[in-house]
Ligand binder design. Structure first.
Ligand code: ZN
Ligand code: ZN
Length: 429
């Protein structure tokens, strides 16, 4: 970082930083924010955790609490990340399907229809017996077999099926006259047959998509039934992955590219395909890191190293760390606390990061007592050159509420960071 030499009254020479960073790092700790937990004697996991690094950033930075979307709105991770990137989800959100498709590597063009999918198990009597196909680990070969075997050309539609983590996959249709208002074939419970996919609004476009979905499911069942992987799984007493359940249909929109919107380049680092997909949908470069899982066992050190390397060439990097959200959904307050301590240890190399505004926040609260997301505002800290610090010394929900940022909407966060690197546009003369 360039240094200025300042002459003080005492005639001692002292060095100060130049007070303007050029880069921004967003560290989004997914679902880390919580409510008081009985298991932690009324503390939140952030309050209970030992986290010297998060607290040090807080001591040296400016804090606040943030309504990612708006007060009282329970954010999904997808809508929350759109808001944090400055894309108002009320304008830009097109459903989870197209973003999941982007996240699995399908290049979504405006107008394409995307679905999130699960490989599941269909019994010989036609009922779903396992919605996650025995938590199968790798379905790449199954998706490849469907991609080469299913033929939808008579309907004038191309399709793209890609496997995600575990039993997950994503499916996209490209063709003319397709609607996205169609129902799911996922019965959301076991012991019943898959549902028939129907047009929700009964438009010609939706009816066409529903017919294509039904044809896709029928043809893919025939391919999966006979696939060697499934024959092996049955022999081993495992649930075969012999049906694709699809849901979350949406039509891909046109996103104003991040570089055009803000005049800066950026990257995204996330194990969660949904978050990576949001990043690539707005034009961020996706960085792959070995050993990241979106869970407690993720390679956090690898993510932090990758972020530092990426900041050499990019102006902006968003890192999503998912594990705490998982603990919140499972209601495991102690596990969440331990994971916060793991995150804290992993971010210690960032303490000496130069020329960078670091923003640490959650995308939403995932209280262990709720086991789902809540609308409780999340703590946020902004650290780096030029930041006006406040009195807050601990990174948690209550402490940050006393900070100098007060309570901000998620849509302001990137704008505040851009202003700190002198890249915001002046409003008025
Ligand atoms: Zn989230
Ligand atoms: Zn969640």
């Amino acid at each position: 970082m360039p240094l200025l030499t300042v002459q003080h009254k005492s005639s001692q020479l002292q060095t100060y930083p130049s007070m303007t960073a050029r880069k921004i790092l967003f560290l989004v700790l997914d679902g880390i924010s919580d409510r008081p937990c009985p298991e932690l004697a009324g503390k939140t996991p952030l309050q209970a955790a030992k986290k010297p690094n998060l607290d040090a950033f807080t001591r040296e930075g400016v804090c606040g609490i943030m309504d990612t979307i708006a007060p009282g709105v329970r954010p999904g991770s997808d809508t929350a990340h759109l808001a944090l990137l400055g894309y108002d989800p009320r304008t830009w959100y097109t459903g989870r399907g197209p973003l999941e498709c982007e996240g699995t590597g399908i290049r979504m063009e405006p107008g394409m229809i995307g679905f999130r999918c699960n490989y599941a198990t269909l019994s010989t009597d036609g009922c779903i017996t396992d919605r996650r196909a025995g938590r199968i680990h790798d379905t790449t070969a199954l998706s490849a077999a469907i991609q080469s075997g299913v033929d939808l050309s008579t309907s004038g539609v191309e399709f793209f099926l890609r496997s995600g983590a575990g039993h997950r996959a994503a499916l996209a249709f490209r063709g003319k006259g397709l609607g996205h208002c169609v129902s799911s074939n996922d019965p959301k419970k076991e012991g019943v047959p898959p549902l028939t996919i129907r047009a929700v609004k009964q438009t010609q476009k939706d009816k066409k998509t529903a017919v294509i979905c039904t044809e896709f499911v029928k043809q893919s069942i025939a391919i999966l039934a006979d696939h060697p992987i499934n024959r092996d799984r049955v022999k081993q007493g495992l649930s075969p992955a012999n049906v694709v359940l699809m849901r979350g249909a949406g039509e891909m929109g046109h996103f104003e590219p991040f570089a055009t919107k803000y005049g800066i380049s950026g990257s995204v680092i996330s194990a969660a395909s949904l978050i990576a997909g949001i990043g690539t949908a707005v034009g961020l470069h996706r960085v792959h890191v070995d050993g990241i899982t979106g869970s407690q066992d993720s390679n956090l050190a690898g993510k932090i190293t990758a972020a530092q390397e990426e900041l050499r060439s990019q102006d902006f990097v968003l890192v999503n760390i998912k594990g705490a959200d998982e603990s919140g959904h499972d209601g495991l307050a102690r596990q969440k606390t331990t994971f916060i301590e793991k995150i804290d240890a992993a971010i210690s190399p960032l303490r000496t990061l130069q020329d960078t505004i670091i923003v640490i926040c959650a995308d939403h609260s995932t209280p262990c007592t709720v086991k789902d997301h809540s609308a409780d505002p999340v703590p946020v800290v902004i650290w780096g050159e030029g930041v006006r610090t406040d009195e807050v010394i601990r990174f948690d929900e209550n402490s940050c509420a006393q900070g100098g940022l007060n309570r901000i909407p998620g849509s302001s966060l990137l704008l505040i960071a851009l202003d700190l690197i002198n890249r915001s546009r002046k409003y008025g003369a």
